[in-house]
Ligand binder design. Structure first.
Ligand SMILES: NC(=O)c1ccc[n+]([C@@H]2O[C@H](COP(=O)([O-])OP(=O)(O)OC[C@H]3O[C@@H](n4cnc5c(N)ncnc54)[C@H](OP(=O)(O)O)[C@@H]3O)[C@@H](O)[C@H]2O)c1
Length: 382
């Protein structure tokens, strides 16, 4: 099923485009227009929740009413929504039967406690946690990769959003896999601290200041010092010595792209605030040159290729932060295998790795008619 994945340039220009689209739609002539959706964001005070609010506006997703939901401690807190602020509500007191879509971004425990209950009340839950990603009755979707999985949504009214590192990886792998089957893939990630939520960002900030100022730099959120360091451990250990973060990457790639791709991963936390990077080595079933790969990736949805063999001709996480694209750089031949390529993939983990993908799923649900606003249609007489 072809799907238009709408990415564009910087977040500043995204906001300007959103404003001009709103102005254009306000001047629409008389006719029948679909109402917007009633949307609730659970985790609206968090890193991902705040990005969701921004991106829904940037992409001009049709929202009639927005509800910001978080834990009881955030009740009454102001959250920015467009040019207004809305008050945060306590999840325990909110009536989810009044909304069409719930963007759930408050961790696995909250999702396990709430998502199925909410789905039974009617709204579709787009869940950012890992709680339902492996559930065969819950589609796991990256719209550039497997939009057809949307047909499974009605089973539980839940759609899962993948892990941040998997999302950017499969966007880059999919068009190459379509051109030449991927047999084996080796990935090392360089994951920013925002992937560990607000507390992760705070720890890098306070530790960096403490080390410069001879303060207390003892780790709290991360298992070892993250400032001026790298940590080859994210999540928790599985019995085989891999971490659950590493296992998520192959489980999710198998569910969305192809169960036959052999994938091995090392996940590493690095002292970067926003933007995950990945060194990716791929072995194909036929020869594929760097030039052919560049041409394929340039045509692929959601990807920008920045690959000049100059001292600054590649993308870093600082360049990708606040952007929508998955960037691919440093495409070159792997001389150690017959049909191998090596490349570098970078994206904003809070955007394509979480909030942007969730909003793209909401667009997919809308465009495929999988959801319809409860409030139906209104007559425009402007
Ligand atoms: N960060 C990433 O790159 C990334 C990528 C993909 C997926 N995710 C997933 O997205 C989710 C959120 O991540 P994040 O980075 O935004 O975390 P975060 O910055 O720590 O924010 C957590 C949010 O969850 C809310 N929350 C916590 N306990 C709650 C409860 N009992 N009831 C209602 N709300 C509750 C918090 O509200 P209070 O402020 O009231 O505590 C806050 O709004 C996680 O499942 C994470 O795994 C994150």
């Amino acid at each position: 099923m072809p799907v238009a994945v709408r990415i564009s340039g910087s977040s500043t220009s995204n906001r300007a485009e959103a404003a001009s689209r709103r102005a254009a739609s306000n001047s629409a002539s008389e006719g029948l227009q679909k109402m917007g959706y009633n949307v609730a964001i659970v985790g609206a005070t968090g890193n991902v929740g705040r990005e969701m609010l921004t991106i829904l506006e940037e992409l001009n997703f049709p929202v009639d009413t927005m509800h910001a939901i978080a834990s009881r401690k955030s009740k009454g807190m102001d959250v920015a929504w467009g040019d207004k602020t809305i008050k945060c509500q306590d999840i325990e007191a909110f009536d989810f039967s009044t909304v069409d879509i719930v963007l759930m971004s408050a961790g696995g425990d909250v999702s396990r406690a709430w998502s199925e209950k909410i789905g039974k009340l009617g709204p579709v839950v787009i869940d950012n946690s890992s709680a339902f990603r492996k559930d065969p009755d819950v589609p796991l979707i990256v719209p550039e990769v497997n939009p057809d999985a949307v047909k499974l949504v009605s089973r539980k009214n839940i759609v899962a959003n993948p892990n941040c590192s998997t999302a950017q990886l499969v966007v880059a792998l999919k068009p190459l896999h379509d051109a030449a089957k991927i047999k084996r893939c080796v990935v090392a990630t360089y994951q920013s601290v925002s992937g560990a939520g607000k507390e992760g960002m705070d720890e890098l900030w306070t530790q960096t200041k403490a080390i410069y100022g001879l303060g207390d730099a003892r780790p709290k959120k991360f298992p070892k010092q993250i400032a001026f360091n790298v940590i080859p451990y994210i999540g928790s250990f599985n019995e085989d010595g891999y971490t659950d973060e590493e296992a998520k990457m192959w489980d999710e790639t198998h569910k969305m792209l192809d169960p036959d791709i052999k994938l091995t991963v090392t996940c590493v936390r690095v002292p970067v605030f926003v933007g995950h990077s990945e060194a990716v080595t791929v072995e194909f079933d036929r020869p594929i040159s760097p030039d052919e790969a560049r041409a394929i990736l340039r045509e692929a949805p959601g990807i920008l290729v920045v690959d000049k063999q100059e001292h600054d001709g590649y993308i870093t996480p600082v360049d990708a932060a606040g952007e929508h694209a998955v960037y691919v750089s440093r495409i070159r031949k792997d001389h150690t295998v017959e049909n191998g390529l090596v490349f570098w993939v970078v994206s904003d983990n809070l955007r394509k790795g979480a909030a942007l993908n969730a909003v793209q799923i909401a667009q997919l649900l809308d465009e495929t008619g999988t959801i319809k606003p409860k409030s139906g249609y209104r007559t425009l007489t402007v």
